[in-house]
Every structure is written in C-alpha cells, then in structure tokens.
Design a protein around this ligand. Sequence first.
Ligand code: AMP
Ligand code: MG
Length: 391
Amino acid sequence: MISVKTALAIISEFPKTYHFEVVSLNEALNFVLSEDVFSPINMPPFRQSAMDGYAFKYSDKDKYFIVGESKAGDSNNHILKEGEAVRIFTGALVPDNADTVIMQEHVEREGDKIHIQKMASQCANIRKTGEQIEAGAIALKKDTKLNEAAIGFLACLGITTVSVYKTPKVAILVTGNELQKPGIDLEQGKIYESNSIMLKAALRKVGVKDIEIIRVKDDYKDTKTSIENVLNTKDLLLVSGGISVGDYDFVKEALLENDVEELFYKINQKPGKPLWFGKKENTYVFALPGNPASALTCFYIYALPLLRKMSGYKHNHLQKLIAKSKSAIKNPSGKTLFLKAKLEGGSVEVLHGQSSAMLYTYALSNALICVDFETAEVKIGDEVECIKLEL
Ligand code: AMP
Ligand code: MG
C-alpha cells in the first residue's frame, strides 16, 4: 500500500508522449494549443478610425472643408489637401495623408464645413496598422488554453483551424452482476448502475467527447475480453468495481493478463483504498473501486489530473485551499481522509453520511476536506486543506 503523495507522484510522470490534432476554431473551446500560432495579418489590417468624427491632416486651422466620407468597410483612400477633411466613422479606413481624427462632439458642422471647438492632439483617435499584432508575430503561444476571448482573437486574424492537444478517448468499463440499467423496476438483489453516467458527466465537463461505456458481469473471461477490446483504441480506461479482494473481483487479474503494467495498487486512503493504476503502451488504466463515492473521489484526485495533462492543461489538479474547520474530525485510522464537505466563506463543514456508498452527501458537497494520514485529530477552528469540487 502506498501513500496518496506517492500515488500522485507516480501518476505525475505520465503521459510520456502527447497526441495532437487539428480542430476547427468552432470546436476549439477549452482545447490547449500544441504549437505557437502566428498572425497571418496585421491587426488592424489598415489605419482605422477609433471614433465617429472627421479625419484631416493636423494643422493650426480651426476650419476644415468636408470633401468626402469614409464609413466602415469603404475602400476609398481619399486624397486630402491642406484644410480638407473627410467625414469618418468608427472602424473606417483613415486616408493615408490624414493623421488625426476629431470626434464629432468636438466640432460644429455647418453644411460642408466644420469648426473645431476643441482640437484633438495630433494622431488622436487612429488605430495604427498592426497595433494589436503584426503579421508574422506570435498571436498565441503553445500551451495556451483557448477560452472564448482567445477564440475570438484568432478569428479576427482570419484563422479557422488550430493544432491542439488531442482530448483522450475514454472507455468506462462497468463491472457487477448486481447492476441494472435505470428505467425499469429493480429486481430483487439488484441496484441501479450509476457510476457510468456519473463518470461520463464528469468527463464531459472536462471536454471529453469520445466516451464508450461497456458493461460486464462479474465474469473473468468477459472482463478480460472487454479490456482487450478497448486497450488499442482508447487513451484512458476507467474500470468501475471488481478491483477489491472479493471472490468475484476479477479486474486486476484481467488487466495483468492483458499485459497492462501495474504502476500501483492500493492507497493508504479512505475512501478508495483499492485504486489500481496501470499502463499498456499509450493507454492508461484506472480501476476505480465500485462504491460510487469512492469511484468519484478517485476520479477527482487521480484520474482527472492525468486526463487534463494528456489534454495539455498545465493546472491539472482541482484547486486546493486552506479553510477553518467547523467540524471536529477524528482520524485514528492512519489513513488520508477525503471527506465530503461544504465550503462557505473560508470555513468548511464535514457533511453527515461519509460512507463510500453514499452519493447523497456528495451531491450536497462543494469540497473535499483532505486530512493527512499523520493527522489524528482536527479540532473546531483548526485550518484544514480543502479541495474545491469545481471542474
Ligand atoms: P465493488 O468494488 O465491485 O466491490 O463494488 C462495491 C460496491 O459498489 C458494491 O456495493 C456495488 O454494488 C457498488 N457498485 C459497484 N459498481 C457500481 C456502479 N456502477 N453503480 C453503482 N454502484 C456500484
Ligand atoms: Mg463488484
């Protein structure tokens, strides 16, 4: 049995290689750039007016004749003589020999003449060509996570596709004779299967789209064949259940028989002690304990960081913070505890119902309190480490 810290250190060595793909900018939200993106154009591409007003060559005159108009989208480059101006609008091309735009609020117009009321400074209200970014410069660096602003920025440069870290393809293999699909009345001795839908929801929240769900009975042969079938086609396999020490827990044996290398088995923690982690070529495997709360905690603490790292994310773990405990916690077990909790304004409270079979408490939690295996007791008012349940 290893410590939480050692388990995390082992996982942090992976992946050794990354996969990339080109996606349409339309689909690129939350992906991470796998290479620098260079701007193909100057932005702005031409000198633009930043105001609705009048453009002219700066002088000490206070009267200008209007000789034309430039509105957004016009391509006409007016030639201005001294004392001449064009009516201009925001975003429009500023004539080459104009160097100043005065806002319309600062002039008085009389027919085709303007009288300057408050002179603008020379070069005012003109966005210079390439002032945001010049053609050939790096628009966004490799490893940038694309949020909506980044996508808008790349779109304004005319970019339509980007090279990104490939989001892992994931299989969820659910084991258990007792499991029944929701939607029909429960048979005696059965329970509704909930881990697959829960894990799928968590995966979708972090951008995984390619998710296959496979269900097997507690049968060694079926488990082995199902694992074999997904190992070559997926980047990550999450197995649910069957990894403990019961007579009908066949997952570990089936994984080893498929030549999946064991990287660790069993962590000194509660919940989730029987977590198994391994790898075959480029496919990583987490065999999660079947108890729903254990499965979810193991997903958050161990599987999620690897998944995010494979997707190119730099901040892979859920956010940690210190809060004041509103609860007294005893930890005689010598295990690291992950307790479902409610975090509010710098204080955190342990919720009732910590059994690893209970999802009800999890549904009400917004944090996990992490009590280290060396901490035997937390008193009310002590500072504790919390993990925010925000993906
Ligand atoms: P196991 O890890 O297979 O020994 O399962 C531990 C407990 O979790 C048992 O009570 C199972 O019935 C329950 N369990 C296992 N898999 C699931 C699942 N997919 N959905 C809901 N409960 C499950
Ligand atoms: Mg089972």
